[in-house]
Write a protein of this length. Sequence first.
Length: 390
Amino acid sequence: MPTPPTHAFTFTRKQSASNKTPRQINRNLVFNLIRTRQPISRADLARVSGLQRSTISLIVEDLIRERWVLEGSTGRLPRGRRPTFLELNHQRAVIALDIHPSQTTVAVTDLGGRIVAQNIVALPDDPNKAITPIVAAIRKLIANHADKAFDGVGISLPGRADPELRKPIFAPNLNWPVQSIKSRIHRATGLRVEIDNVANACALSEVWFGDSDGLQDIVVVNVSEGIGTGIFSNGRLLRGANGMAGEFGHVEMEHDGHPCGCGGRGCWETLASNRAGLRYYREISGNGAPPSFAALVKMAQADDKNATRALEKMSCYLGRGLRMIASALAPSEIVIVGDITSAWHLFGPKIEAELKQNAFSKAPKLRPSFEGNTARLRSAVALVMNQGLN
Ligand SMILES: [Zn+2]
């Protein structure tokens, strides 16, 4: 028995403030209902969405003709009716890339964002050679999934660019020629390539995949080697001039502090990113840092006192920066993406306590991304789907 339609209604009503047409909004709504509730009948779609049965039929025929959706099994209801259930076309897939300075995850996902296969590609130190192994990994995954039809390649990237990629990209932690990625991958695969800042992509993903009730005003904070934010405001992504909106990570929070990749000092990300967490561990323990931030989080989960203190310090600065975001944008919800969320029960309360120090406004709701470590990959799928379905 499907659950009541509260969320679906929220999606329709709030999305109407965006720049999408009503037809696109209803299409997205129906597609997402099929994605989350498959297999589902047309009658249930009408009931759950609140749309007219005739509207549902038209949209579903479109989705079937364009092969986003398939008619699957036949159900059996009382009084002899036999509805046909709808499901996503699992033959269609997207290549998703989550790019980091030293490694990139390349994945095959289905249209619902479910990861079918993935490879982690270690990247060479020479930035000019970084794209070659990525392209090779994509081609190999496509070859290994010859039964799938690929809709495109989505790339989540720790940097900013104007959407046309004409201007150089601001990517302090990614010192390689990002501009050529899009054209190289397109040439190698023949597929459409959609690329965006990882935090923007994660914000879009929260909205596209319908996980968030705060669809009008939500800020996604991606905590990784640096800190980036994606701002979904008044029903759309806020990009700003040259696509540079959301660089809270490079607001100075400590005068004459640690040098930052942007050329400044004491930026928020020098105090609250994964790199800061590793540095705090080195300072507190007097030992070398663990091999990765994920390893540091595991140590804290195993009750290592120094690891815990290091991550508490990082969490404190993270929360302090979120106050700045809460004051500037008053989002209804802030979503954290990154490895720190895998120990949310330990550090989420610290972050939230700092956020709530804000005296003059109601603190936004704070939560980790539901997707945990796969949020960045799924955000790359959202980039392709957002363009493809409309
Ligand atoms: Zn900076």
